[in-house]
Design a protein around this ligand. Structure first.
Ligand SMILES: Cc1cc2nc3c(=O)[nH]c(=O)nc-3n(C[C@H](O)[C@H](O)[C@H](O)COP(=O)(O)OP(=O)(O)OC[C@H]3O[C@@H](n4cnc5c(N)ncnc54)[C@H](O)[C@@H]3O)c2cc1C
Length: 317
């Protein structure tokens, strides 16, 4: 698998990650943005963003984010769709692991937002990594010819469900409501020959043994009793409000509320690692705050990589 070196690797392509990339690229630093999915971050799902300075109050979050991404790319940022599942922050070069390849940089920025959730289904935490997964692109190939369940109705669930149809013999798709009729992607997933859609259905329990997941219990809203389903994989895609930090392990310090600890320059407790945007669990989660964090980190990174004592302002041309 390929290994790519850069000056700066940014994990997360929301307003924090994109504004950071805009500044580091303009500072002539080779910058890679690794983004799981441009449609599932907090700004991407914001229907209308009326309070971002300088843009039309009619603009959707998705459109504003596309502008930010295009601007970063126009200055040279290398934007890639990839889900980061691990990092190693030891030493001068930080390593970032994705199913698409390994990335190395002297400056690592984490900007994955705060739409994460703690494992909440019975059995979810117990079988995490042994049948329970949050990444079909990472783990889908392990389920060739096997039955799996996909839980959730958001865009990520739909896309990851499609990925699983290439491997699994049957994909059971559980949603608590009916997907919208004008949602072309959801409708396309339901028409796949190896997809069985369970509408208005809740996941109640994930069961297993020493080898991993063996099945789930589910319950349809209209029925009194739970039903057993034999599956070997369960892919959960539900949003919450917890900083997304699972890929960091315990390699940086966290606050009690789960946010990453940073200083005034957005630097974490590990040299060469910065954290920006909602991953800090700031009291005021706003797009403009996330973008501001990205700018501060980028200027600090420029100083760090170029061993300058002061911050070089970006407005001297
Ligand atoms: C419903 C809603 C409405 C909102 N309305 C407003 C508003 O009107 N005005 C306003 O200013 N703010 C609003 N906000 C808040 C604002 O959207 C956030 O503060 C802002 O988007 C945070 O930016 P971020 O870059 O930190 O995270 P996000 O925007 O969440 O972006 C995080 C990115 O990281 C990616 N990612 C996650 N995990 C991984 C991984 N493992 N590997 C690679 N990539 C990963 C995601 O795909 C995503 O693209 C709203 C938020 C929500 C949820």
């Amino acid at each position: 698998m390929e290994t790519i070196e850069a000056d700066v690797v940014i994990v997360g392509g929301g307003p924090a990650g994109c504004s950071c990339a805009l500044y580091t690229s303009r500072a002539d630093l080779k910058t890679v943005i690794l983004d799981k999915n441009p449609d599932v971050g907090a700004l991407a799902i914001t229907h209308q963003i009326a309070n971002y300075p300088g843009v039309s109050s009619e603009m959707s979050g998705e459109a504003l984010l596309a502008l930010m991404r295009e601007q970063a790319v126009s200055f040279g940022s290398d934007y890639r769709r990839a889900q980061v599942f691990g990092v190693d922050v030891n030493g001068e070069w930080k390593t970032v692991y994705t199913p698409e390849g390994t990335f190395k940089a002297r400056a690592l920025v984490v900007a994955t937002g705060a739409l994460g959730r703690p494992a909440s289904f019975k059995g979810e935490a117990e079988y995490l990594g042994r049948g329970v997964s949050y990444c079909a692109t990472c783990d889908g190939a392990f389920y060739k010819g096997r039955e799996v369940a996909v839980v959730g109705a958001n865009k990520e669930a739909v896309e990851e469900g499609q990925v699983l149809t290439k491997f699994a013999s049957r994909v059971h798709w559980l949603t608590t409501s009916d997907p919208k009729e004008d949602d072309a992607h959801a409708q396309a997933l339901m028409t796949q020959p190896n997809v069985q859609h369970w509408s208005r259905t809740r996941l109640m329990l994930i069961e297993g043994d020493d080898a991993g997941v063996t099945g789930i219990k589910l319950k349809n809203r209209t029925q009194e009793t739970e039903q057993d389903l034999a599956v070997e994989g369960v892919f959960v895609y539900m949003s919450g409000s917890k900083p997304i930090t699972d890929f960091l392990g315990d390699q940086v310090a966290f606050k009690e509320d789960g946010g990453v600890v940073v200083d005034d320059f957005m630097a974490t407790t590990v040299d060469g690692v910065w954290a920006i945007g909602d991953i800090r669990n700031t009291p005021f989660k706003q797009a403009v705050v996330a973008a501001s964090d990205g700018c501060i980190a980028a200027m600090a990174i420029d100083r760090f990589l170029n061993s300058r004592k002061g911050i070089r302002v970006d407005w001297v041309h």
